[in-house]
Write a protein that binds this ligand. Sequence first.
Ligand SMILES: C[S@@+](CC[C@H](N)C(=O)[O-])C[C@H]1O[C@@H](n2cnc3c(N)ncnc32)[C@H](O)[C@@H]1O
Length: 265
Amino acid sequence: MTAETDAIAVVRRSLALCRAGKDRPHTADGDANSQELINQEWKPVDPDGESMDLGILLTMTGPRIEFFDEQVLNAIAGGITQVVICGAGFDDRALRFRTPGLRFFDLDLPEVSAEKARRLRSGGADTSRLTLVPIDFRTDDVAAALDVAGHDASQPTLFLAEHLFVFLTKRDVIALLAGLHRRAAAGSRLAATLESHAAGLDSDTVIAEFNREFFGDIVAMPSIYSRSTFLTLFVDAGWAVEAPDVVRGVPHTDVIDTEFVSAIA
Ligand SMILES: C[S@@+](CC[C@H](N)C(=O)[O-])C[C@H]1O[C@@H](n2cnc3c(N)ncnc32)[C@H](O)[C@@H]1O
């Protein structure tokens, strides 16, 4: 493990901890304690093993958790049969929103998928409706990986990408958006977070300052752009952004917002 992968592992685990113990919805067939089942013995600790306060992260992630839970529930109500979660990390929605006829595909790096599989197994989870898809969005074609995993491109899909784009380069975000669109039958939707800064600021400067201030330059968070730059990436890949003039999200820092965006194929 490098310092970077350690730091990202802490972010990934902290997000899973933020989702646990919350009063969240679940489906009739879903598990109310699915996030606790995955988290098991985890405690909030930093890369040095020191106890960590989740306070600010809990406040920041609250509306985001609601947004993505709502996206899944709305899609289920609309009769969708496939949910693809990109950069799923330890997202519990495949268990929480288990529904007859609905298949989940959780996509993440091979080592993360393997760790999730271990946790699901040791927690005795019912994974009958879940396929874990090991993938690296920097090198692998998401459309091909979904095909191999059994995703049906002729049926509508809900695609989620929560707190993922910020870790990818612009080139990789473009490839991912295009690859997902290739698998998106009519009626498919995409819900994602993006880290945005005010129009007029220089993205490279914002990114460099953020990486220095929050990660001591250990982690490169390469994709923080203005809202309009981000939305252009969606549109260029074929996605129609819903209500593009309505900004929904939470402040991340003084300069950066986490925005919630939904789009249709
Ligand atoms: C901050 S975590 C968010 C996890 C999850 N969406 C959540 O909200 O709990 C970002 C996730 O994206 C994954 N990720 C980052 N870069 C990736 C890549 N190149 N290929 C696949 N997954 C990647 C990480 O492994 C991590 O699980």
